[in-house]
Design a protein around this ligand. Structure first.
Ligand SMILES: Cc1cc2nc3c(=O)[nH]c(=O)nc-3n(C[C@H](O)[C@H](O)[C@H](O)COP(=O)(O)OP(=O)(O)OC[C@H]3O[C@@H](n4cnc5c(N)ncnc54)[C@H](O)[C@@H]3O)c2cc1C
Length: 432
C-alpha cells in the first residue's frame, strides 16, 4: 500500500502559472495566500477595477484548497442549537442562511467563469454511528425547519441501503442542497478567473513581514517578501491553517488541525453503485469523524482526522494504515482494494469552531471554516472584497467576538493537540 504523500486531485489538473517577475512596488490591495479565500477576494476586487496582487508562499492552491474532500456543504461545523445559544436566534439564522448562500455563490461562480471541476448538486448524507446520534438528527432537523426554514430529510436505518452500501450506521440525514466538486480543478479555475479579471498572483513569494507604512501621504502597509517590498493601501490575510507568525495576533486565534485522505484504485461501476448509489458527499457524526465520497472516475476517497496534527511523512504513513482499516470497517466489500493515494493537509479551526471574517489591527482577514471551507471560504473571500469596495455585504461573521486560546495559552494548545485528540476520541467512545 502507498504510504508516501501523493494527492489524487493534483493528478487531475493542470494548474495555471502565476504572474511573471517580482511583485510590483505598489497595489491598492495585497492579499496573502492563494487558496479559495484569497483568490475569491482577488477575483471580486479585480472585476471591480481594483489593482490587486496576491502573494503566495508556495504555488497557487498549494494549501488546503487543493487537498480537501471537495464537499460543498450547507450548515456550519457548529449545529443550529449551539449557534442559537451562542449568538441568539437572529444571528444564528443569518449564519445558517450564509452557509446556504455560499453554495449558490460557488455554483454561480463555476457557471459564469466556466470552471471545469465536476461540480454537482449531489447532496450530502450525515450518518449516525450510534442510536443516540440518530435521535439527535431528528431534533436537529426539526430545529433547522422551524428556525431557519430549511427541510432536511431523515433516513431511518431500514431505508439506509438506498443511500449507502454499509451496515455500520443507525440512520442518516440528507441535505439535497449540498454539492461536490474536484477541489484542485476548482482552485485552478478560480485562479484563472482572477488572473483574467486583472489580478496578479505571485507564487513562491511569502510575506515575511507586514508593517503599517505611509507613502506619498497615503497610509497603508509595507509587505516584505524575498522578491521585494510591496506597499498596499489594504491587506487581506487569507492564509487559513497555514497562517504563520507574520500576523501574530491572527495566528494566536487559529488552531491548525491535520486531516488525511486515502483514495482507492477506480472501482468497478457496479461496486461504486453499491457503495454510494446517489454519489453523495458522506460523513459521520463523530467528533473524530470520517468523510468519504466517490470521485468522477469511481475511486472511493476516504478521509479523517487520523492523526489530528499537521501532516509530516510519519503522520501520513500512519494515517494511510488507520484510514484503510477504517474504510474496510465501513465497507467490508473493499477488504482487498488497492490504495493508490494518500495525502494530508491542514484545516483552520478557530477556538469557537466558527468562521471569522473582519478586521484585526487594521488588516482584513477571513479564516476558521472548520472543514466547511470550500463554499464558505469562497463566499467570505468575496464578502471581504465587497466590504473593501464599499459594497453592501452579508457577513454575519464580521462583528462577533473572536476568541483566542483559553487563558492565552495558544502555544500550549498547539503542542497539546494529541491530548485534545484523545479527549475527542473519548467523547466519541462515550457518545457525548
Ligand atoms: C484534508 C482536508 C479535507 C478537507 N475537506 C473539506 C471538504 O470536504 N469540504 C470543505 O468545505 N472543506 C474541507 N476542508 C477545508 C477547506 O479545504 C479549507 O477550509 C479551505 O481550503 C481554506 O481555504 P483558504 O484559502 O482559506 O486557505 P488555504 O487553501 O489553506 O490557503 C492558504 C494559503 O496561504 C499560503 N500562505 C500561508 N502563509 C503565507 C505567507 N506568509 N505568505 C504568502 N502565502 C502564505 C499557503 O501557502 C496557502 O497556499 C478540508 C481541509 C483539509 C486539509
Amino acid at each position: 500500500m502507498i504510504t508516501t504523500d501523493r494527492n489524487y486531485w493534483l493528478d487531475t489538473v493542470a494548474a495555471p502559472a502565476g504572474s511573471p517577475g517580482p511583485p510590483p512596488e505598489r497595489a491598492d490591495v495585497a492579499i496573502i495566500g492563494a487558496g479559495y479565500t484569497g483568490l475569491s477576494a482577488a477575483h471580486r476586487l479585480a472585476t471591480r477595477g481594483t489593482d490587486v496582487v496576491v502573494l503566495e508562499a508556495r504555488t497557487i492552491g498549494w494549501g488546503a484548497s487543493s487537498r480537501n474532500g471537495g464537499m460543498v456543504l450547507t450548515g456550519l461545523k457548529v449545529g443550529g442549537a449551539a449557534l442559537q445559544s451562542r449568538f441568539g436566534r437572529d444571528v444564528a439564522r443569518q449564519m445558517y442562511t450564509a452557509s446556504v448562500a455560499s453554495i449558490e455563490h460557488v455554483e454561480t461562480l463555476i457557471r459564469t467563469e466556466h470552471i471545469d471541476c465536476d461540480f454537482t448538486r449531489c447532496g450530502h448524507l450525515d450518518v449516525a454511528c450510534t442510536p443516540a446520534q440518530f435521535i439527535r438528527f431528528a431534533r436537529a432537523s426539526d430545529l433547522v425547519a422551524r428556525e431557519f426554514g430549511y427541510r432536511l430529510r431523515i433516513v431511518p436505518r431500514g431505508e439506509l441501503s438506498s443511500e449507502i452500501g454499509s451496515e455500520a450506521y443507525f440512520g442518516g440525514i440528507v441535505d439535497d442542497r449540498s454539492g461536490g466538486l474536484n477541489p484542485a480543478r476548482y482552485v485552478a479555475g478560480l485562479a484563472r478567473a482572477a488572473l483574467s479579471a486583472g489580478a496578479r498572483v505571485y507564487e513562491r513569494t511569502p510575506a515575511t513581514k507586514i508593517t503599517p507604512a505611509v507613502r506619498n501621504a497615503q497610509s497603508g502597509y509595507e509587505i516584505v517578501t524575498p522578491q521585494g517590498r510591496v506597499f498596499a493601501r489594504e491587506v487581506v490575510i487569507a492564509t487559513g491553517g497555514y497562517t504563520t507568525g507574520v500576523v501574530p495576533a491572527l495566528r494566536r486565534k487559529i488552531v491548525p488541525i491535520g486531516s488525511y485522505i486515502i483514495a482507492t484504485t477506480p472501482l468497478p461501476v457496479a461496486m461504486a453503485q453499491e457503495l454510494s448509489p446517489r454519489r453523495r458527499m458522506i460523513f459521520d457524526s463523530r467528533h473524530f469523524l470520517h468523510y468519504y465520497r466517490l470521485t468522477a472516475d469511481n475511486r472511493m476517497l476516504f478521509g479523517g482526522r487520523a492523526a489530528f496534527v499537521p501532516a509530516t511523512r510519519g503522520t501520513i504513513a500512519r494515517s494511510a494504515a488507520i484510514l484503510r482499516r477504517d474504510l474496510v470497517g465501513v465497507f467490508p466489500q473493499l477488504h482487498d482494494v488497492t490504495i493508490d493515494y494518500v495525502w494530508g493537509g491542514t484545516l483552520d479551526f478557530c477556538f469557537d469552531t466558527i468562521p471569522h471574517a473582519g478586521q484585526l489591527d487594521g488588516l482584513y482577514y477571513s479564516v476558521g471554516y472548520a472543514g466547511h471551507g470550500v463554499a464558505m471560504a469562497t463566499y467570505l473571500g468575496a464578502q471581504v472584497a465587497a466590504q473593501l469596495c464599499g459594497e453592501p455585504t452579508q457577513n454575519p461573521f464580521a462583528d462577533i467576538t473572536f476568541p483566542g486560546a483559553p487563558l492565552g495559552m495558544h502555544a500550549a494548545v498547539r503542542w497539546g493537540l494529541p491530548i485534545v485528540a484523545g479527549w475527542y476520541k473519548m467523547r466519541d467512545w462515550l457518545d457525548l
